[in-house]
Design a binder for this molecule. Structure first.
Ligand code: PGA
Ligand code: ZN
Length: 434
């Protein structure tokens, strides 16, 4: 029998897609298995998120992760060494207890999430299974509906436009692979349109084109044209998905739309977004209001929740009790799941399960600061989340995740089935596999 106890855990500094320091954890078992994972980092973070432990000072803009790596090499490794790998919930609860703070400021959310993910990888490797299969067990799981960014914006593009993500979804594709094919055509068509108008200026943080637009609506119009140019039917085959990330420009009921030089109150925001929903085939809107505006969320969901997925990101911060409260109050119908918002995979999974039980859409999501780590691709399939958000269709830290799901889809052979329309918490017949 191989010895599946943890031998040690090593923390090291590596670099993310913005050239900033981040934390990698490497778990070594007594049986020789080694497995590693890297923490991502957000730019538009919710105030309720787990804290990323950074060193401060002037080096690397204060963002070095020496303390977080030291926490892994010291406290975490010492505390977990000798324990059996495999019971993720138990190992994660040890991490939570060891940290002992409400915002993960002792060990650092970055040290905790890298460790939690590396532990899961070690368990899967030890069992000789791909991570998604290790999570799914015997259960039949489906391939996620991807949300893919075409234009960046907000905090990911120096606030060139207010809206953070202009994305598409391909719910009518017959497979995950076909959804990527359609997206590739739309991404290419959008680039050609920008080139023609002299507005092609490279890409933003998550790989979407840099948003040289005069208004948020102009970005939507260009997206519609790109879908048309790609030979696809907007609304029927391809839908629009927006991340407003309203906490970035809205506080205490005042929303400052810098691009248009206007300030709106909560009702004004709801009216503006409602107008967009009337004019464009928008299937999903994330953080339409700010995290401190739960009443706005409730009114927006009451008005539009039957026709559109309404996702809480900064608003729900991957927190199971916030998801339950939102379900009770009717203030969202979907939840974004970002493991580093909470610190451990067990807690992230609890938030996802709370969402599923409430009939919410559940979307496993990357951060704007990413790496070659593809753990979330496996989580989205293994947890049967239904949806996956990774950023755009360029830059290898994004493509690594899409490509990993393609490999998983291929490995499922004739069992492979795509979530399609059914992933969305809105009424629509599914024409995916049944
Ligand atoms: P972030 O943005 O990773 O910069 O926080 C992603 C999102 O808002 O969904
Ligand atoms: Zn968001």
């Amino acid at each position: 029998m191989s010895d599946t106890r943890i031998k040690q855990i090593h923390g090291r500094r590596v670099w993310d897609s913005r050239g900033r320091p981040t934390v990698e954890a490497e778990v070594e078992l007594h049986n020789g298995v080694k497995a590693r994972a890297i923490a991502p980092a957000g730019a538009s973070t919710g105030s309720g998120e787990a804290l990323d432990l950074r060193d401060g000072g002037t080096r690397f803009g204060g963002m070095d992760v020496g303390k977080a790596c030291a926490a892994i090499n010291g406290l975490i490794s010492n505390h977990l060494a000798g324990l059996e790998i495999g019971d993720q919930a138990q190992l994660d609860s040890r991490l939570v207890a060891l940290d002992g703070t409400s915002n993960r400021s002792r060990l650092g959310g970055n040290a905790m999430v890298a460790t939690s993910m590396a532990l899961l990888h070690a368990a899967a490797a030890s069992a000789g299974q791909p991570l998604w299969r290790h999570l799914a067990g015997e259960k039949r799981v489906r391939l996620p509906l991807p949300e893919i960014q075409i234009f960046g914006g907000g905090a990911h593009a120096a606030r060139r436009v207010d809206v953070q993500d202009f994305m598409i979804m391909c719910p009518a594709a017959r497979s995950f692979g076909e959804a990527l094919e359609w997206t590739a055509e739309v991404y290419r068509a959008a680039g050609a349109l920008l080139k023609k108008s002299g507005n092609l200026r490279g890409v933003a943080d998550e790989g979407g084109y840099w948003p040289v637009f005069g208004s948020n609506e102009q970005a939507l119009d260009t997206l519609m044209q790109a879908i048309l140019d790609a030979g696809l039917r907007a609304g029927e085959q391809v839908g629009i998905s927006l991340d407003i990330a309203a906490s970035e420009f809205g506080h205490s009921g005042r929303y400052e739309l810098a691009l248009e030089g206007r300030t709106l109150d909560s009702d004004g925001m709801i009216d503006m977004l409602g107008g967009w929903l009337d004019n464009y085939p928008i299937l999903s809107i994330e953080d339409p209001l700010a995290e401190d505006d739960p009443e706005g969320f409730r009114l927006f969901t009451e008005a539009y929740g039957s026709q559109c997925q309404i996702i809480g990101d900064d608003f729900l911060v991957t927190n199971a009790s916030r998801v339950l409260a939102a379900a009770e109050q009717g203030s969202a119908n979907a939840v974004l799941i970002k493991p580093n918002q909470v610190g451990t995979l067990t807690e992230a999974h609890a938030a996802l399960q709370a969402g599923k039980q409430a009939g919410f859409g559940t979307i496993v999501s990357a951060r704007s600061g990413e790496t070659e780590d593809v753990t979330i691709a496996h989580l989205s399939v293994g947890w049967d989340a239904g949806q996956l958000k990774v950023g755009s269709f360029s830059r290898s830290e994004r493509m690594a995740k899409w490509n990993e799901v393609l490999r998983i889809e291929e490995s499922m052979g004739s069992d492979a089935c795509y979530w399609g329309w059914e992933a969305l918490p809105i009424k629509r017949a599914s024409d995916a596999c049944n």
